[in-house]
Design a protein around this ligand. Structure first.
Ligand code: URA
Length: 258
């Protein structure tokens, strides 16, 4: 990332009043054993996924178990060939995710858009440029200690919001990515990502700043919710709120103990 700090903050519409003082090393903290615990209820996500699973054909619900056994290569292949929901019909390619497979940070968006569908990488269009600026503002770089994925791996037609059943069909992939990655912190970008992973259907405004967590096996992974970059491109005043969320995420990451 060659942008200067001021350019990054300018990109986020925050310049000049927000200035980070800490260094990159402090911002990212020491690499710690990945066993941090944050108490948070997960019952809504479980209810959501169980409810949707009931409505899926038996073969749909049963497909989660083999996906949960896959390694990164197998998972990428499974996603690339997936035909488990209608979204496969119009995609150029499935977009699994990108980044450091040992990353502490996981950012989750909604689903690929046109450019992502064409290039096979998440967040490479205009929203992706803003996401890169958001990462840079907290001293992170795509691909370095950061993994980026989406709630759904195939582009919804006309970039519509993915439907609940589509997100549920794709949920085993995101869950497996999380299990393999073991991130310390998950940042959910926008309401669809929150709904897909936590089953929370409230407004983003009502969820921002709340202590949330995603349950992965025996472990609760802290979750920070913020606005989707595409929304921020349309709603400039909320960039300041997103900046607050990123600072909260950064502070949370630093506070996590081994
Ligand atoms: N929006 C998303 O949610 N994900 C992408 O990959 C691109 C745009």
């Amino acid at each position: 990332m060659s942008l200067s700090r001021n350019q990054v903050l300018g990109e986020m519409g925050l310049s000049p009043q927000w200035i980070l003082r800490e260094t990159r090393a402090v911002a990212r903290g020491e690499k710690r054993a990945k066993s941090s615990i944050l108490p948070a209820p997960m019952h809504k996500a479980e209810q959501f996924l169980a409810g949707v699973a009931e409505k899926m054909p038996a073969s749909g619900a049963e497909r989660s178990a083999p996906i949960a056994q896959l390694g990164w290569d197998g998972l990428r292949q499974r996603i690339a060939g997936c035909r488990d929901c209608a979204l496969c019909g119009e995609r150029k390619q499935a977009v699994a995710g990108v980044g450091d497979e040992n990353a502490d940070w996981l950012f989750v968006g909604e689903g690929p858009g046109a450019e992502e569908d064409a290039r096979g990488e998440p967040f490479v269009g205009p929203a992706g440029k803003l996401l890169d600026a958001m990462l840079a503002a907290i001293d992170l770089t795509r691909g370095e200690d950061v993994y980026i994925a989406n709630a759904v791996k195939c582009r919804p037609p006309s970039n519509r919001t993915p439907e609940a059943a589509e997100m549920a069909a794709c949920a085993p992939y995101l869950k497996r990515q999380i299990a393999l990655l073991q991130p310390r912190l998950i940042v959910l970008l926008g309401r669809a990502a929150v709904h897909a992973l936590l089953g929370e259907d409230g407004s983003l405004a009502s969820l921002r700043g709340k202590p949330l967590a995603y349950r992965d096996g025996e472990r609760d992974i802290p979750v920070v919710v913020t606005y989707h970059p595409a929304y921020l491109l349309r709603t400039l005043p909320d960039k300041a709120k997103s900046w607050e969320d990123l600072c909260r995420a950064r502070a949370l990451m630093r506070s996590l103990k081994p």
